[in-house]
Design a protein around this ligand. Structure first.
Ligand code: MYA
Length: 179
C-alpha cells in the first residue's frame, strides 16, 4: 500500500514545526509544493543549521516525496576525493527522516540498506530523492537514490522506519532486544 495521505493537519510553509517537548518536533504534515522543510532540530547531524560538523541538508517536499541537492566536502572524505560511505549513509538516513513530514508522525530507523553503485565524489553536485514505497501499520518502507548531474544513479537505499510515540525520545534506558 502506498501512503500519501496526510494523517494530521497541514503545516504552513516557513513556520516552525510544533514542539511537543523542548526540541522534539511532532512532525506535522507539510503540504506538497511547500518551501524547504524545517530541519529535524538545529543540531541534527544531517540537517541542523547550527551543527558545523553536519551536512546541513536542505530538503524540499515534492509530488513524490522529498528531495535535496547536496555536495559532500573534505570533512566527509573517505578514500581520497571520495565521500566516506558512512557520510553517505548519514545523509540518506536523514533524508528518509524528512519523509516523516509527509506522514505526520515520529518514526526511527530500524533497518537501512545501501547499495554504493559508484563513488560519490567530493565537491560534486548530487540530487537526493526519497519516497515512501509502502506503509504497513507502523512500518514505513522507504526508498532513496543519489543521482549525479548526468542523471546517473550512484547510490540507492532502502529503509524500514518504525513509527514510535514521543516517549521513545524521552526514555533514557532502552533495552536491546533480538528479533
Ligand atoms: C531530539 C529528537 C528529535 C526527534 C526526531 C525524530 C526523527 C527524525 C530524525 C531522523 C534522523 C534519521 C533517523 C535516525 O537516525 S533514527 C536513530 C537510529 N535508530 C534508532 O535509534 C532506533 C533504535 N531501535 C529501536 O529503538 C527499536 O528497535 C524500534 C523502536 C525501532 C523498534 O522496536 P519495537 O520493539 O517497537 O519494534 P520491533 O523490533 O518489534 O519491530 C516491529 C515490527 O517491525 C518488524 N521488523 C523489525 N525489523 C525488521 C526488518 N529489518 N525487516 C522487516 N521487518 C522488520 C518486526 O518483525 C515487527 O513486525 P510485526 O511483528 O509487528 O509485524
Amino acid at each position: 500500500m502506498t501512503e500519501d495521505t496526510p494523517r494530521t493537519g497541514t503545516h504552513e510553509p516557513g513556520s516552525e514545526p510544533c514542539e511537543a517537548e523542548d526540541s522534539i518536533p511532532t512532525f506535522p504534515v507539510v503540504a506538497s509544493g511547500s518551501a524547504d522543510l524545517p530541519p529535524h532540530h538545529d543540531h541534527c547531524l544531517g540537517c541542523g543549521p547550527a551543527n558545523p560538523h553536519g551536512h546541513q541538508l536542505r530538503v524540499r517536499r515534492d509530488a513524490h516525496g522529498v528531495h535535496a541537492h547536496h555536495r559532500f566536502d573534505s570533512r566527509h572524505v573517505g578514500a581520497p576525493t571520495i565521500a566516506h560511505g558512512g557520510a553517505v549513509a548519514t545523509v540518506l538516513d536523514d533524508l528518509f527522516g524528512f519523509l516523516l513530514y509527509t506522514v505526520g508522525e515520529l518514526a526511527v530507523t530500524r533497518h537501512l540498506a545501501i547499495d554504493y553503485l559508484a563513488p560519490v565524489l567530493l565537491d560534486t553536485p548530487y540530487t537526493l530523492r526519497a519516497h515512501i514505497h509502502a506503509r504497513d501499520g507502523r512500518k514505513l518502507h522507504l526508498r532513496a537514490t543519489i543521482e549525479n548531474d548526468h542523471a546517473h544513479v550512484v547510490t540507492t537505499a532502502t529503509a524500514l522506519f518504525l513509527i514510535v510515540d514521543i516517549d521513545h525520545f524521552l526514555t533514557t534506558t532502552h533495552q536491546p532486544h533480538h528479533r
